[in-house]
Ligand binder design. Structure first.
Ligand SMILES: Nc1ncnc2c1ncn2[C@@H]1O[C@H](COP(=O)(O)OP(=O)(O)OP(=O)(O)O)[C@@H](O)[C@H]1O
Length: 396
């Protein structure tokens, strides 16, 4: 049953050329008002509707997600276009409205946080999001662009460009220690996950600063599956690489030291250098532990009810489990709700979706996850009020 909004709609949705329509029929709200939430800067507006979207069929256990003031990390990932950004942004809004100073980070080179919030959040730094009751900041990191900047900085004379840039990215230690190891060549054949390393490093750098250590919830809107897997395996990769570099440096340092000691010039910085690299290695181990810490981190898989998306989600889930990354929720987004007056197309489509949904129950990877169904609404979800509306459906 298609539903037409006959009242006003929030400012953030005014850009839509057509009135707001919601497809899902919910017997408990078959007519009446639905309110997009009031926000700090946007007063509550009521929409008169003939029916509204139904709540998710399974609870997401939001109480558990929101409880406690210890910092928690939520990473949302899945196949391209399934609704990762919408779900991540709606979760971030919900956390902020429940009193958590929240940071939402996009590590997808094709960012859509700005589009989702309908606010300009570009620039690679923390930007306050207007609307929620508690502070909500967004950070769009473009790892590929960062690598390009890195490369061009390296081409500047004297090598100070690289140093300045790496300091800016929180990787100054690496620049100090690896100056002579020809980083430019490393960038020509980047190891898998280097882009994401720069992204993580930047987030960690922000979080370590006094100014931004207030965040108690960090929500990551990750890039589609392939990138995410590289991101997860990266700390191991860096750990191994740095281990190798450390050994190499120690060999070079002791050889140099032996030569210098012959001439009476002991290298007093040798221990310092090894210490710094060791600290960087420890930082990477911390990131790796963070990904696997069930008390602070959770990876939420977002999918849609199609065979292709569910198959990809199953593979993602298997990889996450292999990497020991905590995963317990699966959002199945854009589910066409049941309706007595389906058109032929809708009825066929829904039947097809049901077949895909049934796959989840028999999938060895996905069947143990908590499944949250989110309905397909027939309007783009943009702006804080719309995200709050989606969040109240998905995160219960
Ligand atoms: N439940 C829903 N009902 C209707 N439209 C939706 C729903 N969820 C997401 N959308 C729409 O689908 C589009 C893609 O959503 P979104 O950008 O969140 O996906 P994504 O997985 O982050 O995409 P990408 O992989 O490109 O980053 C957007 O236009 C969004 O408004």
């Amino acid at each position: 049953m298609a539903t037409k909004v006959v009242g006003s709609y929030p400012h953030s949705l005014k850009s839509l050329s057509s009135p707001l329509y919601l497809l899902k029929f919910n017997p408990s709200f078959s007519s009446g008002f639905v309110s997009f939430p009031s926000t700090r800067n946007q007063p509550r507006k009521s929409l008169v509707v003939r029916s509204v979207a139904a709540p998710a069929e399974a609870a997401s256990g939001f109480d558990e997600m929101v409880s406690g003031t210890q910092r928690k990390y939520y990473m949302l990932g899945g196949k391209g276009g399934v609704g990762k950004t919408s779900c991540a942004a709606s979760l971030a809004v919900k956390f902020a409205n429940n009193g958590h100073p929240t940071l939402v980070v996009s590590t997808d080179p094709a960012h859509s946080l700005s589009d989702s919030f309908a606010q300009d959040l570009t620039g690679g730094t923390l930007i306050p999001v207007e609307g929620p009751y508690s502070p909500l900041f967004a950070l769009e990191i473009n790892p590929e662009k960062a690598r390009e900047e890195f490369r061009s900085a390296g081409q500047k004379s004297g090598g100070t460009g690289i140093k300045d840039f790496m300091d800016g990215m929180g990787l100054g230690v690496l620049a100090d220690q690896l100056g002579e190891l020809k980083l430019g060549e490393l960038l020509d054949t980047p190891p898998p996950g280097l882009d994401e390393a720069i992204a993580i490093s930047k987030v960690m750098q922000f979080l370590e600063s006094q100014e931004y250590n207030m965040f108690t919830r960090i929500v990551f809107d990750t890039a589609p599956t392939g990138h995410t897997l590289r991101l997860l395996s990266l700390p191991d990769f860096l750990d191994a690489s740095i281990g190798k570099i450390l050994k190499l440096r120690q060999k070079i340092a002791s050889a140099t030291s032996a030569i210098k000691s012959v001439f009476g010039q002991e290298d007093s910085h040798r221990e310092d250098a090894a210490d710094k690299l060791e600290r960087l290695r420890e930082r990477m181990i911390k990131v790796r532990e963070l990904f696997r810490d069930t008390s602070s981190t959770e990876f939420v898989i977002v999918t849609i009810p199609t065979v292709m998306a569910i198959s990809e989600s199953s593979r993602l889930c298997a990889s996450l489990k292999k990497e020991s990354v905590p995963v317990k929720r699966l959002i199945v987004n854009q589910v066409i709700p049941p309706s007595a007056s389906d058109c032929k197309f809708c009825a066929m489509k829904r039947k097809d979706q049901m077949r895909s949904l049934n796959m989840i129950q028999s999938d060895p990877e996905l069947s143990s996850l908590m499944v949250i169904q989110a309905p397909l609404v027939d309007v783009e979800i943009r702006g804080v009020p719309a995200l709050q509306f989606l969040g109240d459906i998905v995160w219960k």
